[in-house]
Design a binder for this molecule. Structure first.
Ligand code: MN
Length: 342
């Protein structure tokens, strides 16, 4: 048994909205990750199993490794089919907004979400929800929306409708947002839920290969090149920097997702507290930073790169050359050390 976390009044309201709805749409945030897609697809399987007409709409394309999740082929990509996506949202009785908490995060379907007369239920784990909806189930202390969704299904008495497909999608979401159970895992009930999902037939080993260990030769070579030739380690300042130019990315036939996780690699070096990765894009230099402990990369991104984010994961952008962006980063190392490292 797991503890009750979602408040009873939200459950009662959600239950009656679901009972009264025929057509349901599940939507997630733009650039959908495993938790976003896994949550939507799991909802599609479970509510489909109780006879609802439910579709998943994604604001834009997800990474290739998510396209083999059960039901992924039936998702409606709003970037490819904008009219159909808007029509589904417009005609729905109920929209399930999963893994985001403000309309703007839904990218190109944000307008359709705000315009639709459909009722809305948010289930999410991001900080500071701002969305106004019939039901907002917000638990930032939970490691993944899919984990919260499992709890939601149980409270709706739908545990028996979680089949192998839904279990696989939920587990994919939990694995994604915990880095295959390597962080945000302090909650012991996470493993009780994992056990239930495996009991229902989710194949964790297959998911691991699909989600974490499938790379093209080009992708492996790009990452190896970046670490060998483009990583600067500033041991005295507890920092590291990796930069990749357009030319370098093209040389390895870069496709979206190929540098996923690269920014984290220098954090495995003892003594390195924060890491920065800069990638040259068509219109700007994309900056992403990660840290360990209490080093606030969100503050650094906000101050110098017009961005923000979480304490340990943040991003921003720079308008200028890649060299200028790198010089700026090098020039703030001493200051960062003084301000944020004891
Ligand atoms: Mn998530």
């Amino acid at each position: 048994m797991i503890s009750r976390q979602i408040d009873e009044s939200s459950i009662i309201k959600a239950k009656s909205l679901i009972e009264r709805s025929e057509r349901i749409v599940a939507v997630c945030h733009a650039s959908p990750d495993g938790d976003a897609v896994g949550s939507c697809l799991a909802a599609t399987h479970v509510f489909g199993a109780i006879g609802k007409d439910i579709r998943t709409v994604i604001p834009d394309q997800c990474l290739a490794n998510l396209r083999s999740l059960p039901g992924a082929k039936e998702m409606v990509d709003a970037a490819k089919y904008p009219e159909f996506a808007a029509q589904l949202i417009g005609d729905a009785d109920l929209v399930l907004c999963l893994d985001f908490n403000e309309y703007s995060r839904a990218g190109r379907v944000a307008g359709a979400l705000e315009a639709t007369k459909a009722h809305k239920i948010f289930v999410d784990h991001h900080l500071n929800p701002t969305a106004d909806a019939d039901v907002v189930i917000s638990h930032p202390e939970m490691p993944a929306t899919s984990y919260l969704l499992f709890r939601f299904f149980c409270r709706l008495e739908l545990f028996n409708f979680i089949d192998r497909r839904a279990a696989e999608c939920l587990l994919a979401g939990m694995m994604t947002d915990t880095g295959n159970f390597s962080y945000n895992c302090a909650d012991p009930e996470l493993f009780i839920v994992t056990a239930e999902l495996i009991r229902k037939g989710a194949d964790k080993e297959k998911l691991y290969r699909q989600l974490f260990n499938t790379f093209s030769a080009n992708c492996l070579r790009l990452n190896s090149y970046a670490l060998l030739n483009k990583m600067e380690v500033f041991a005295d300042d507890a920092a590291a920097l990796i930069t990749l130019s357009r030319d370098e990315l093209n040389r390895f036939h870069y496709t979206k997702g190929d540098t996923e996780g690269l920014v984290n690699r220098p954090l495995s070096i003892p003594g390195i507290v924060y890491s920065c990765f800069m990638r040259q894009e068509a219109d700007c230099i994309r900056v992403s930073m990660r840290s360990v402990g209490d080093f606030p990369v969100n503050a650094v991104c906000q101050e110098h790169f017009g961005g923000g984010g979480h304490l340990n994961a943040a991003g921003g952008e720079f308008h200028g050359t890649l060299d200028e962006a790198a010089s700026l980063f090098r020039s703030i190392l001493k200051d960062n050390k003084k301000k944020y490292i004891k």
